[in-house]
Every structure is written in C-alpha cells, then in structure tokens.
Design a protein. Structure first.
Length: 560
C-alpha cells in the first residue's frame, strides 16, 4: 500500500534511537518488566524528547509498572489483522455538503471495435473494447480468459508478478459468464472480462500471502468485498498478483517484481504485480491499493493508469490492513475510462467496512474544459526538475484546451512528520509479528524495512499519535480551502508533498502516462479531484489522455 521511498524519509529519528534503547525488551515477561527503576525512565525520556525531574521520575515508577502489566495482559489476547480499532477516520471537512443526485453511468461508445487480425493484439484492448466483443459474441469469455491465462503463464515468470494462479476458478467464472449471456443476462461492461488482484485481498479457497513468508500459507475462508463485487459484475479472476512484502516496495518472497519496460529494474510498489501485469498486457485490469503512493508510484514506473479513490469510497473488508485511516483500494488499468468502469463496480457502502460512505458517483466522458478551473501546485512543479519538460507540456496542453490554470499552494503544516500516523497503525496491525519474533522470517530485514520500522514505532508515544491526528484535522480543513478554488488539480506524480497530503486528507487521484524520459522509462502526471468527485476527475484526465495518446505506448518486449 505504500511506496518505500516515501515512508523512509521521516524515519531517521526513530531508527537512530534504536541504538541506545533502555534495556527493557518488548517481549519480556511481566515480572522482569516490573523491575523498572529511575535509570530506565531517564534513558527512555531521550526517545520521546522529554526531561522529567528526579522526583517526577520516582513518582511515575509505580504507574509505569502498572501500565506495563496492563499492556502485557492485552498482548495475551490474540487479535487478527482483520480486527479494526474502535474509531473511524472522517475525511470530510467541517460543514462540507455533497450532492446527493445520482445520474446514469455513461461511457464512450465502443461499437467501432472489431476482432484483431492477430489475436495477440487483444492484450492491449481496453475494457470497453473487450466488453463490446464479449457482449456481441465476437469472442467468448472462456476464449478470452484462456488467452490471458496462457499469456500470464508464458510471460509472468520473468516479471515475478504472479503469486497464485486461479485457473480453475477463472474458467468456472468464464463459463458462467458465457451461459448467463446466452440466457440474456448481461451484467455490464465487466461481464466476462479477466482481471488480476493484489494478493492482500482474501479469496476463498486460495492463499492470501501478503507477499511475506509468515503468511505464505494463510488461507482466509471468505472473499473480500471487492472480490465479491467484481464477481457479481461478471468479471473473471485469473490470478493473485504480487505486492511488496506487507505492502512495501516491490520485493516479496518470490523475488522482485520487474518493470516490463526494463526488467533490470523493479516495478515499484506496493501494487507491484498489478501495475506490471497491466503494463505487459497480461490482464486487462487489476486491483491495487494505496496508503502512501502504492497505486501512483508503480503506475508511474510501469506506464499505466491508476485510480486512488477518495478514502471510504471502496470497501476494505477482507483486505490486509496496514493503516486503518489511510488505506484505499482502487483499479490499475489501460486508460482513465477503464478506471471509471471498474470503479463503478467497486464503489459504495459496505456494512463490513464502517468507513465506507454512500455518496453518488457520477461519471460521463462529456466534460467541457473551458468551463473548468484547473489548479496546479506551483512549488511541486518547480521541484520536479527531472521531469520538467513533460510537466510543462501537460500544463501547456491544459491551457490550450481552454481550461483556466490556477496556481495553488499546499497547506503549510509539518506533513511529512504526520507520517508517524501510518507508522503507529502499521506497527499495531502487525504487532503479533513483532511480539512473537516471526518478523525474523520476513524477506526484507535492513533497517529501513518493516521489521525494524515496526519495532521503532513502539516507542512513539500515544500522545504524539493523537497530536499528529489533530494536525491532520487542521490539514483537512486547510486543504478544503485550497481545493475550493478549483474543479480539479494537476501535479507531478511523485515530487513535492502533494502525494502525502492527499493521502492524509483522503482526496482522490488519477495518475496517467505523459511521456518517456528515455525508451525504457515512462513518466506520468497526476490529476487530483475534489473529495468524492471521482467522476469529474476521471473525465478531465480522459480528455488529456485521448488527446495525447501516451497510454497507447506498450513495452516492446511484450508486443508480439
């Protein structure tokens, strides 16, 4: 759910203090822990930036012993990753009012679509195009599914992007899709369309490994809500795709997920497999997730289009929890409208996930850019010197399209420091690994990876977690004031603070290709929408995408 380059930048203070921790192990027994003395407390003060007097330290000792005993008792109760804390994050600014009008879902017309002379070209067809072929019975779901399974098995091994093939389930679902269609029951644009899913979503009868050895054999006896909703939409699941270990980066127990544009490099993470598989034409679309860059970053690296919806738009029930207040689920596709189609099947309230909201999703490709104000984060653009020509070209296109460009400034708050919210929640989500030392079995063990980050996060005081949450509330209000000035924003995908800011505030974002820095390196731009306004966001990005055509470029090694 997050890109490693983002989470690491603010860990320095926590990692340094590990070298002089006071001699009380996290997993020692109650009796040994209760041997605390004032020297232990004095040493511990350094970790939290406090300076108590000697008398104050002595007075605290009995309470600290009681707290340690209480923590040990609570740790004796086993809690699975599926159990959330008894609080809900609310990204809605004070006084914000949203439209309650639900309009019909519209897409472009795909009646021009024909079967390709070379069947291999189906690998690059959009969902809309494949849907037309299936609906008009130019191809069956069984044939289409067989095509993508064969392509996966031939090409996925060199990318390390598949953890589990779901062949038998896929063919069963494809046969049902064809039978339903024959009987006149058409479930919509995803009917009979194959897809892959990041292996952090529970899928009945198949392992859900989280990409790490401690969970390699885990089978969860249920389907995640997104799995159920895609099945109900008639989609066909062909594979569970790789993710960086416990949703960090692109390394999992099967190796590093490779970038189809340059297999000497990784695909970035943590939705590594979904982005690589879509980029290489191994699946028409895939489901990923983001906490801090895990849809945006691999989509940028692999030259595909990814939607990170507003917080609360898509249920996370049955998904691995990393951060209860930041995790989001979204599609990775060939183009913006494909994202609109998949999102239409995924979004909506779910009793299994109390953070989900019930707001209309109104998408239509018809949008008039000259009537819109497009904001851009000036400082973020100025900081992205490496990709400046591509960023400038995107801004110039928006200007020529008739949209009014409005320079904006992100709120001036210590945003990067608020990332300790994620650190605390992730450490709590996988507390059992730390306490049991099962984290020793994880693949990535250097100081900037999860096992060490989880340990360090145990020394973040609860008061500081609450302080960061209060600052986040201020950020939400201030960001709302910024976004009120425009209809949609545009920004460099990975430069500056916009990525973390919008993940903290819950705003939706759509990343699209916008060029190539060299023949092996795609680049991208990100569109940021108003909260719960995915429809307009996608429509604006589609206009840009249709005019520029960068999404039609594919890695040459996978074109046959």
């Amino acid at each position: 759910m997050l890109s490693g380059m983002n989470i690491l930048k603010n860990l320095t203070v926590f990692l340094l203090v590990m070298s002089f921790l006071f001699p009380v192990s996290i997993v020692q027994g109650v009796d040994e822990k209760n041997q605390l003395d004032s020297a232990d407390v004095h040493a511990a003060q350094k970790l939290i930036g406090m300076d108590f007097k000697e008398a104050e330290t002595d007075s605290m000792l009995s309470l600290l012993k009681e707290q340690l005993a209480s923590m040990e008792k609570m740790r004796s109760v086993k809690i699975s990753n599926a159990v959330p804390p008894a609080f809900l994050f609310n990204p809605i600014p004070q006084g914000k009012i949203f439209s309650k009008t639900q309009k019909p879902f519209k897409t472009s017309h795909y009646s021009h679509t024909v079967m390709p002379a070379n069947t291999d070209d189906l690998a690059w067809y959009s969902i809309g195009e494949l849907a037309f072929l299936v609906r008009t019975k130019k191809i069956t779901s069984v044939q289409l599914t067989g095509f993508f399974i064969a392509r996966l098995k031939k090409l996925a091994p060199q990318l390390h992007c598949v953890i589990t093939y779901t062949d038998s389930l896929a063919m069963q679902q494809a046969r049902k899709a064809d039978a339903d269609l024959a009987e006149g029951h058409y479930q919509g644009l995803l009917h009979g369309i194959p897809f892959g899913i990041k292996d952090m979503f529970a899928t009945k009868n198949y392992p859900t490994t989280y990409g790490t050895p401690p969970f390699q054999d885990q089978v969860i006896d249920e389907d995640a809500t997104v799995v159920s909703r895609l099945r109900e939409a008639g989609a066909v699941m062909v594979a569970k795709l790789s993710l960086g270990e416990l949703a960090m980066d692109d390394v999992w127990y099967g190796g590093q997920t490779r970038n189809p544009w340059d297999t000497a490099k990784g695909s970035s993470g943590s939705s590594a497999g979904p982005a690589a598989a879509v980029s290489a034409g191994l699946v028409p679309f895939a489901i990923g997730s983001e906490t801090w860059g895990s849809i945006i970053s691999p989509s940028d690296r692999c030259g595909v289009t990814g939607l990170r919806p507003s917080f609360g738009r898509v249920s996370r029930a049955g998904a691995m929890a990393l951060s209860w207040t930041m995790d989001k689920v979204g599609p990775i596709c060939r183009n913006a409208e494909d994202c609109a189609i998949v999102f239409n099947a995924l979004c909506g309230p779910d009793a299994r996930d109390e953070s989900t909201v019930d707001f209309p999703y109104n998408y239509s490709p018809e949008v008039t850019l000259p009537k819109l104000k497009i904001g851009y984060f000036k400082k973020d653009f100025e900081s992205d010197t490496l990709k400046q020509p591509f960023n400038d070209a995107a801004l110039e296109w928006m200007k020529k399209s008739g949209a009014q460009l409005v320079p904006l400034e992100l709120p001036s708050l210590p945003v990067n420091d608020m990332s300790l919210i994620l650190l605390c929640e992730a450490a709590a989500a996988f507390d059992e690994l730390t306490l049991s030392n099962r984290d020793d079995a994880m693949v990535q063990q250097n100081k900037n990876r999860w096992p060490n980050i989880f340990r360090a996060a145990h020394f973040i005081p609860a008061t500081e977690y609450i302080r960061a949450s209060r600052l986040r509330w201020l950020l939400i209000q201030q960001m709302d004031s910024v976004m009120k000035q425009v209809d949609v924003c545009i920004a460099p995908s990975l430069a500056g603070d916009n990525l973390l800011v919008t993940n903290l505030t819950g705003h939706p974002a759509l990343v699209v290709p916008n060029g190539m820095t060299d023949p092996k390196t795609p680049t991208s731009i990100v569109f940021i929408g108003q909260l719960f306004e995915e429809g307009r966001l996608i429509a604006v990005a589609k206009k840009y995408q249709d005019a520029t055509g960068f999404h039609l470029k594919h890695p040459p090694g996978y074109i046959h």
